[in-house]
Design a protein around this ligand. Structure first.
Ligand code: MG
Length: 334
């Protein structure tokens, strides 16, 4: 019996997916929504248009490597990029708490401007609301992204086959650990920075280098959530090798101190690609040529065309099942 919404329902794991399927999908079901894709892609007068929306409630709003402004641009752009879309425009909805420092709002706005200019997109409409003191925790931001997809780009979980390789674009866990460190005041705080970054250029080069079947950015719930979404939706088995998954030593250290597993920690500048085996090496070099993909690796493959599990081959050679997280271990991470 579900009486109340817990924090876990917003954490991108099993609870979030259950809420979406049991309530939202049941009420709004249509062919575009039911794909549960990062962006909806549809035909509009001969153009393939991509639309996505995301709300940012991160705590703290300023963290090593970024802030809520940069995040609200990059996160949305990345959801466009993973469906193969070139980002064009974003909208900006701000919900601000009474008493919020004007200077902080200026800094957040400057971050949004810098991020948008760097990507080459424009903020084309927005909304501003202010709530009474205590009714919002500082500021929340919603952005909607609009992009276009080249007609020759064909991505989808239905394209995935046994033998396809899994490419991860770099180190996992930086964002989650950076935000948590700042929030909790841990002393490894100054060392680890969020990976918050726009992936559209990296992804564009990768698409041109070889056949990519499917992509998703491992944000809330981390690498584990994305791999499980693929195996569950597509009815596949995936095996990844622990020794191939890039993790910064400092993140690994922080995770062991805190009892966390980096495969469940959120990222904001990484992408998981399922690619045609013959093209994997070419795609990997294209990704590595981008500074954001310098540590990219082929971390595993689709090992069976049935089943729906994700396995991790440990450095000792044993197989460990990686389950879909019930909830992200760290709430309000994006
Ligand atoms: Mg996404």
């Amino acid at each position: 019996m579900k009486n109340r919404i817990s924090l876990g329902y917003g954490s991108g794991g099993r609870l979030t997916r259950d809420l979406i399927k049991d309530l939202f999908l049941k009420n709004f079901d249509n062919p575009l929504l039911s794909k549960l894709s990062d962006s909806a892609v549809f035909d509009l007068h001969g153009e393939k248009v991509a639309v996505t929306t995301d709300s940012y409630v991160i705590n703290p709003i300023f963290f090593p490597g970024g802030d809520i402004g940069k995040l609200s641009v990059c996160g949305t752009v990345n959801d466009l990029a993973v469906v193969g879309a070139a980002p064009l425009y974003i909208t900006l909805g701000m919900i601000i708490e009474e008493g919020f420092p004007y200077k902080d709002l200026e800094n957040i706005t400057a971050s949004i401007k810098n991020a948008a200019e760097g990507i080459g997109i424009k903020v084309i409409t927005g909304d501003t609301k202010v709530t009474e003191k205590g009714k919002t925790d500082g500021i929340y931001i919603n952005t909607t992204g609009i992009g276009v997809v080249d007609t020759d780009i064909k991505l989808g979980m239905d394209k995935i086959e046994k033998g396809d390789k899994i490419i991860l674009s770099g180190n996992i866990g930086d964002h989650g650990i950076a935000v948590l460190s700042k929030r909790e005041g841990f002393k490894f705080e100054s060392d680890i920075e969020s990976d918050c970054a726009p992936l559209n250029t990296l992804i564009y080069s990768a698409i041109r280098a070889g056949r990519i079947k499917f992509m998703r950015d491992p944000t809330r719930g981390g690498l584990a959530a994305v791999l499980n979404e693929i195996t569950e939706e597509g009815n596949f088995e995936i095996t990844v090798k622990e020794e191939e998954i890039p993790v910064d030593d400092r993140v690994m250290g922080a995770c062991s101190i805190l009892g966390l597993d980096p495969v469940y920690i959120a990222n904001e500048g990484k992408v998981v690609m399922v690619v045609k085996p013959d093209d994997a090496a070419k795609i990997l070099s294209a990704v590595r040529r981008d500074p954001l993909g310098a540590n990219a690796a082929i971390i595993g493959e689709v090992t069976d065309s049935k089943g729906n599990s994700v396995y991790l081959e440990t450095i000792y050679g044993s197989l460990r099942r990686i389950d879909m997280p019930l909830e992200d271990p760290l709430p309000r991470i994006c």
